[in-house]
Design a protein around this ligand. Structure first.
Ligand code: GLN
Length: 270
């Protein structure tokens, strides 16, 4: 089987982009290579691996878990079943943080970092920022740490723990998080069954962790420090009402590329 035949075959059943990514992974080449060298023959081992991955993809496993990596903010992040797959939606959160944060020495916290996506994108953009990334799960934190090391983003420190309790005495200029925010009975969860449910599902219609973070962040934000939370497209009214009630000011909505509300920003003044 050559590269072209493999692609034609696989594209009948799975998304063409997915087929290209899986084939590139098996051949250990970047995606454009599969078009530049359509006549290249797959070795028996490559062919076997491609068919194996292709079948798993057909069964619904996300490509990122099959190839072990996902692009986020132009960084190639390694992911596994302990990490949520970073979404383009979260890049809008990074963009807003970059618009708001001064490029001076700042202490920034990314809570529930997963693969490290938010923390590492911010670290990549400004070497002056001192960034703390937390996660409750050690296996997840190891993955994020390994991503930081591979990318040479050494100004990120990784701390295990439950939301802000991981960073007891720290006073931050900014606290950012993409917490779980999907309601346990949401029909979309069926399609997300390969990802860690703890990173996706929260109690109280998906609002429980968002509300906990709004309360906890008050103790650990410097005067005027900011909180930026990713949430579901239909949760901004609840999140912003909670922010207002907790005493935050300058509340703004963050929109994703499709124009949906995807996050809320606020400042805390004592
Ligand atoms: N944005 C993800 C999704 O809808 C959910 C991420 C999260 O719960 N933090 O698939």
């Amino acid at each position: 089987m050559n590269v072209r035949q493999a692609l034609v075959y696989a594209s009948q059943w799975v998304d063409k982009l997915d087929a290209e990514l899986l084939l590139g992974h098996c051949l250990r080449v970047a995606r454009p290579h599969v078009y530049a060298w359509p006549e290249q023959l797959l070795t028996p081992l490559q062919q076997q691996q491609f068919i194996d991955l292709f079948e798993q993809r057909q069964a619904g496993k996300p490509v990122a878990y099959l190839t072990g990596c996902k692009e986020f903010w132009s960084l190639s992040l390694q992911v596994d079943e302990h990490t949520l797959i970073p979404r383009p939606d979260t890049e809008s959160i990074v963009e807003l943080a970059l618009r708001k944060l001064p490029r001076t020495v700042q202490t920034i916290v990314d809570l529930g970092t997963g693969s490290g996506a938010i923390a590492l994108a911010l670290a990549f953009e400004c070497r002056l920022w001192s960034i703390f990334a937390t996660d409750l799960h050690l296996a997840t934190l190891q993955r994020a740490k390994a991503n930081a090391q591979r990318l040479g983003l050494n100004q990120v420190q990784f701390v295990a723990g439950d939301w802000l309790t991981a960073l007891n005495y720290l006073q931050a200029d900014a606290i950012i998080a993409n917490p779980p925010y999907i309601a346990a009975d949401d029909v979309h969860l069926a399609a997300l069954c390969y990802e860690p449910q703890a990173a996706l599902v929260a109690a109280d219609q998906g609002l429980a962790d968002l509300f906990t973070l709004i309360e906890q962040a008050k103790m650990q934000l410097k005067q005027g420090g900011f909180l930026l939370l990713e949430h579901g497209f239909d949760q901004s009214a609840s999140v912003q009402a909670k922010m207002r009630q907790a005493g935050y000011q300058s509340i703004e909505t963050c929109y994703d590329l499709t124009g949906h509300a995807r996050g809320s920003f606020a400042r805390y003044m004592r």
